[in-house]
Design a protein around this ligand. Structure first.
Ligand SMILES: Cc1ncc(COP(=O)(O)O)c(C=O)c1O
Length: 397
């Protein structure tokens, strides 16, 4: 697919919407991708209106469009628009759900080995402050969560199963539909961190059977920085009381506080309206490009990159997973990850270091320290992969 001429024409059109493609090889899409022109234009246009008429007045003008952003996000993750809340990051979204559960001493949370450190920090803090137990389900097969182990660890004390769909440090796509089917037989709430999957691996709240999903805008979705969102199923909402409320998420009724009855109970009043409009533009753009096409292209290009890297003497691809994402991780014997990343950046290749501190359980279990992470998107090409690998090869001697 990645080499055929129709695909090449489509990618060329998409690259024309992404001016930075002319100057850099951006393989840092798992960090923050390059936003397409319509996203940036939408934000700039709104900022100009704020400059001209004032922030509240400019917001009034786009009230309907802001509503439509909820609808687009709902389509994106297979939810209803009243199940969507817009935030400013994936962590804010994840924490909003995690901290809204009324944890009691003795409760358990089950999670997987390649979890993201910020989520682990919140779980361990709840263990310290609330007396809950954090249990890590062992991995099986190629690194995905062990479904039999998960089944055997689920008991009536498990209040939540929290799983990252696509871990930050390479390869793995967790089988969230199968996990959801196992969790469905228990009273536990199933929370999915889709920070790295939304925009590359289609996710559907309904099909997965997840109670809630958290994500960001800036990674594979190509939305502005400082945007994120969550979806919480209607049937789960009343099990959750947000840690923070204001006059937008709740109202005063005599001496009582009444929560909004939709997922916007997780929002506060103030927001960056330009960024929200940019998020909406990014979701529409992605839906227009075609989620299945994006998935197939990104998966194939990443597989191609893995193969080319593996052919370079002194390079080891460190990805796990039977099913793999657009995130490729590797190390080079001859040069430390941070030095290689800096050298590549000087030559116009954007990749990052994936440090052990981001996914501490997985990196420790596999005896890994720092890795180079090259995450590809649909505006990247086989030619860029070839140029990148030639550059890596020049450092590996
Ligand atoms: C899997 C995963 N979850 C959560 C996050 C945190 O996202 P944010 O920085 O938007 O809070 C990241 C960031 O890289 C991530 O890779």
């Amino acid at each position: 697919m990645i080499h055929n001429s129709d695909t090449r024409k489509k990618v060329a059109r998409l690259r024309a919407d992404t001016p930075a493609c002319e100057n850099v090889v951006h393989f840092n899409n798992a960090g923050s991708s390059l936003p397409p022109r319509p996203v940036v234009d939408r934000m700039v246009r709104h900022l100009r209106r704020e400059e001209t008429v004032g922030g509240y007045e400019a917001a009034d003008e786009v009230a309907d469009e802001v509503e439509s952003v909820y609808e687009s996000l709902a389509v994106l993750v297979g939810a209803r628009s009243e199940e969507i809340a817009i935030t400013d990051s994936a962590t804010r979204s994840w924490l909003a759900v995690f901290t809204a559960l009324p944890w009691r001493e003795g409760d358990r949370v089950l999670t997987a080995v390649p979890e993201y450190s910020s989520n682990i920090i919140a779980m361990l803090a709840a263990a310290r402050d609330r007396g809950i137990t954090v249990d890590v389900v062992p991995s099986a097969g190629e690194g995905e969560i062990g479904l039999d182990a998960l089944r055997s660890m689920l008991d009536e004390r498990v209040r939540m199963v929290a799983i990252t769909h696509v871990p930050t440090n390479g390869g793995l796509v967790q089988p969230v539909d199968e996990i959801g089917a196992v969790v469905a037989d228990s009273p536990a709430l199933f929370l999915v961190d889709a920070c790295q999957s939304v925009g590359q691996v289609p996710f559907d709240l309904e099909e997965t059977g997840a109670d809630a999903v958290s994500s960001t805008g800036r990674k594979y979705l190509r939305a502005p920085r400082g945007t994120g969102f969550l979806a919480v199923r209607r049937s789960t909402l009343d099990r959750l009381t947000p840690a923070y409320l204001d006059l937008y998420s709740a109202r005063i009724d005599g001496d009582r506080v009444r929560l909004r009855d939709d997922a916007r109970r997780f929002e506060l009043f103030e927001r960056n309206v330009a960024a929200v409009l940019g998020l909406g533009a990014a979701v529409r753009y992605y839906l227009d490009v075609g989620p299945q096409w994006v998935h197939d292209y990104v998966t194939e290009l990443a597989a191609h990159l893995r193969e080319r890297l593996a052919d370079i003497p002194g390079v080891t691809v460190t990805d796990i997973g039977t099913r793999k994402s657009g995130i490729v991780s590797f190390r080079v014997d001859a040069i430390p990850a941070d030095v290689l990343v800096a050298r590549l950046k000087e030559r116009g290749f954007h990749v990052t270091v994936s440090a052990a501190s981001s996914t501490p359980w997985d990196m420790e279990e596999r005896g890994l320290d720092a890795l180079v992470r090259a995450s590809v998107h649909y505006y990247n090409t086989p030619d860029e992969v070839a140029r990148f690998c030639a550059e890596v090869a020049s450092f590996s001697r």
